[in-house]
Write a protein that binds this ligand. Structure first.
Ligand code: DOR
Length: 439
């Protein structure tokens, strides 16, 4: 990507926090969209000043798991509106999931997303489908898509069911130097379900899917990573068993990475008692014990990244009865604040520090997506200026109507959270100033 020509900026008065630690410093951004100078008390020298007093100045966040719905479902979200949500949430890059219509399984569709992404408020990194139409039968033209810059392939929305095909996909991916990401769900165990199988599904009379529907595929893909030596990234892990399997795989030295979503460490299947479809999601919300295991996985490095699985759905669709409504919830605008509130608060157990949360939201996912040359820091001269400025102590209340999304399906409406994005800077240009999107 060519470097942009932008107005010089000075981010003044904040504390820089990146993978190298924290220091009180201003950040000057040059007309080439790159960080020009980092140090205390820099002169404005004609640059536009963004006040960062009392704030952290961190590498922009990176989401490994965003549904932008374009092409095909623009009534729920577009690349523009989804990227605006991302910017407001502190993100400078999102990996766009391929379950669009048509599927992101061809050069034409990948090019279309890349083209639309150029006008977005953050970097839009298209993932490619592993199989044609995400139907699980025939590999997509992965080499052709990799040539266009695709670094992550997934059939997200479904997992690749066929063991032999998954083995071939891993071998192929390893030759191409790309990463396969898996939505772990054995459909023969999950079919017909709309929530987690357990005490709550029995009480509510709703068909459930067992934790094993996820864990069997986690187990298989770890075995296939061992067999092929290929990298595998496990998406939105939600069960204690999955966390234990990944922990063991990492101890063995296998090339496995994993993400967990904000909802899987903040909500449980008890929420479904309201029968409100806003709590319907795949994989489903699990039990208190699963939430605790996901949190411990985030704390000990078993889980590498926090992802959003931002999944916009129109109000009309989400107002169907629970079993008929589509799964998914919004996430981009609330992820950072949820992580800070729930993982760094005085009652958090285990308790993470802010740097650990930012590692999970920024530099580790940037490395998994293969975009760490531009995103995820460090905040040093010469690097592209992809930054977020966060007031980690400010509180705010989630208002469903104030989202930048075309959809309204946040399960956190009315919740007061700590941690507010003040400014976001993408390739040297502010996309958010004082909490408002610039366009
Ligand atoms: O809840 C979900 N929604 N999980 C998925 O895997 C797909 C996503 C969607 O596309 O709506």
């Amino acid at each position: 990507m060519a470097d942009p020509t932008v107005a010089p900026l000075l981010v003044a008065g904040g504390t820089v926090l990146d993978a190298d630690g924290s220091r009180r410093a201003d950040v000057r951004i040059g007309g080439d969209g790159r960080i020009a100078e980092v140090g205390p008390d820099l002169d404005a020298d004609g640059a536009q000043v963004l006040d960062a007093t009392g704030c952290l100045v961190a590498p922009g966040l990176v989401d490994l798991h965003t549904h932008l719905r374009q092409p095909g479902k623009e009534e729920a979200e577009t690349i523009e509106t989804g990227s605006r949500c991302a910017a407001l949430g502190g993100y400078t890059a999102v990996v766009a999931m391929p379950n669009t219509t048509p599927t992101m399984d061809s050069a034409a569709v990948i090019r279309e997303v890349q083209e639309l992404g150029r006008a977005a408020l953050c970097a839009v990194v298209p993932s490619g489908a592993i199989t044609v139409g995400r139907a699980g039968e025939q590999l997509s033209p992965m080499a052709e898509l990799a040539e266009l810059g695709v670094t992550i392939f997934t059939d997200d929305g479904t997992g690749v069911q066929d063991d032999r095909l998954m083995r071939r996909a891993l071998e192929y991916a390893s030759g191409l130097g790309v990463t396969l990401a898996q939505h772990c769900e054995v459909t023969s165990l999950s079919e017909g379900s709309c929530m987690h199988e357990g005490e709550w599904s029995s009480r509510l009379g709703l068909p459930g899917q067992p934790a094993e529907a996820e864990e069997l595929m986690v187990m298989r893909d770890i075995a296939l990573a061992r067999l092929t030596g290929a990298r595998v990234h496990l998406q939105h892990l939600s069960t204690a068993g999955s966390v234990a399997l990944v922990r063991a795989a990492k101890a063995e030295g296998l090339p496995v990475t994993a993400e967990a979503t904000t909802h899987h460490f903040t909500l449980t299947d008890a929420c479904v008692a309201s029968y409100d479809p806003v709590f319907k999601v795949h994989p489903p919300l699990r039990t208190d014990a699963d939430v605790a295991a996901v949190r411990s996985g985030l704390a000990d490095g078993t889980i590498d990244a926090i992802a959003t699985d931002h999944a916009p759905h129109t109000t009309e669709e989400k107002e169907r009865p629970f079993d008929a409504a589509p799964p998914g919830m919004l996430g981009l605008e609330t992820a950072l604040a949820l992580a800070l509130t729930e993982l760094t608060g005085p009652d958090a157990d285990p308790r993470l520090d802010v740097a650990e949360v930012l590692a999970l939201l920024s530099w580790r996912p940037a490395a998994i997506a293969g975009i760490d040359d531009r995103h995820g820091g460090p905040v040093v001269p010469g690097r592209p200026a992809n930054l977020c400025v966060v007031d980690a102590d400010a509180t705010w209340t989630v208002d469903r109507e104030r989202t930048a999304s075309r959809s309204r399906n946040t399960p956190y409406a009315g919740r007061t959270l700590r941690g507010r994005v003040r400014h976001t800077i993408y390739e040297g240009t502010p996309t958010v100033i004082d909490g408002d999107a610039t366009r």
